[in-house]
Design a protein around this ligand. Structure first.
Ligand code: HEC
Ligand code: HEC
Length: 244
């Protein structure tokens, strides 16, 4: 269990994860939650690791200056809202999103790994320290809570979120995104709690078609999204919007 996936490399906090008794319990719980995917060893090991790393190194992953971020955020607020909570369900809320994940996404827009013209126009004007400053600034903001988008599909959405799709082999979302949807800062698993269902569904489709490749060599979300039907996507996205 002491595999180092590079998560601990740059913050100098390399230490034995398993020696902490609270982490041992967390490991057991995560195994229970994702037990049906137990055959898919690779994903289970990955998911377990995400739980451990999040518990151990939650903060201080990006060095940035929030004040400098604020100064750069005027243009962003036109779409993402002055407090990071967007008012258009097509534009994601970024208040409280994890800084490390946001920096990676801004770079992905720039490189084209995430192909999106609106954000490409924005990131062309940003250098690496702007990206860090903006991400630290937005990660400190308070996301607004929401309710599910479609009350009629709660059961379906919850089933997918907690158990995945057994027929197609899509993993349970809860394994990485967590029971409240908060994700995992150190492992760059985004928070999806209270995120707009319309935006989330669009991202799942983008992973499924490969238009979004920001999940990198693990292809984790491309693999999972391609195993979801359109009905699964709509139901689970609606459900995630209601998580908090
Ligand atoms: C013209 C509207 C617009 C402006 C201005 C804008 N964004 Fe965006 N932003 C978007 C859209 C649309 C997306 C979703 C893109 C997609 O579908 O891949 C997005 C996505 C993002 C994401 C990814 C969120 C996630 O959960 O993955 C981040 C981070 C982000 N924007 C930050 C910024 C920052 C920082 C600025 C200012 C420098 C900014 N945006 C300006 C429209 C905008
Ligand atoms: C093994 C871990 C893992 C599992 C299981 C998982 N995810 Fe993810 N998810 C990730 C990671 C890592 C990312 C960020 C990838 C990237 O950088 O593009 C992500 C990103 C996402 C995003 C994009 C969010 C945004 O702000 O743009 C959505 C939507 C999403 N996941 C939904 C789901 C759903 C629905 C399920 C279950 C059917 C699921 N995930 C299962 C790890 C996981």
């Amino acid at each position: 269990m002491l595999i180092n996936y590079g998560l601990t490399k740059d913050n100098g906090k390399n230490r034995s994860l398993i020696s902490n008794p609270r982490l041992k319990i967390a490991t057991k719980m995560s195994h229970l939650k994702i037990k049906f995917t137990i055959m898919k060893n690779a994903i289970v090991a990955y998911a377990t690791l995400l739980f451990l790393s999040g518990a151990a190194f939650a903060d201080g992953l990006v060095e940035g200056n929030s004040e400098a971020g604020k100064a750069k955020s005027i243009t962003c607020s036109a779409c993402h809202g002055p407090d990071g909570n967007s008012i258009n369900p097509v534009w994601p809320s970024i208040a409280g999103q994890h800084a490390k994940y946001m920096v990676e996404q801004l770079k992905a827009f720039k490189s084209g790994a995430r192909n999106e013209p609106l954000m490409l126009g924005q990131v062309m004007l940003l250098n690496e320290s702007d990206m860090a400053n903006l991400s630290v600034y937005y990660s400190g903001m308070q996301p607004t809570e929401k309710t599910v988008a479609n009350p009629e599909t709660i059961e379906h959405g919850q089933r997918i979120y907690r158990g995945g799709n057994r027929e197609t082999g899509a993993s349970a979302c809860i394994a990485c995104h967590g029971p409240t949807g908060i994700g995992n800062p150190a492992a760059s698993v985004p928070s999806i709690s209270g995120q707009y269902a319309v935006y989330l569904a669009a991202q799942l489709r983008a992973y499924a078609t490969g238009a979004r490749q920001s999940d990198g060599p693990t292809r984790v979300m491309r693999d999972i999204a391609s195993r979801l039907s359109e009905d699964d996507i709509l139901a689970v996205s609606s459900y995630m919007q209601g998580l908090n």
